[in-house]
Design a protein around this ligand. Structure first.
Ligand SMILES: [Zn+2]
Length: 50
């Protein structure tokens, strides 16, 4: 993912599937996030502020 590492921010059950919101692991205040649903990327917001 563009060389950036992401870590699990929130994980929730979404109609039997696992929805995970990942956030940038490099900077705590970074607003970049990736959303996956059962391992598939459904949404990306890759505007790193660093
Ligand atoms: Zn970042």
């Amino acid at each position: 993912m563009g060389g950036f590492k992401f870590c699990v921010h929130t994980q929730l059950d979404f109609g039997g599937k696992t929805k995970i919101r990942w956030r940038c692991s490099k900077f705590r205040n970074c607003k970049a996030t990736v959303h996956t649903l059962d391992g598939d990327i459904i949404k990306t917001h890759l505007y790193h502020n660093h």
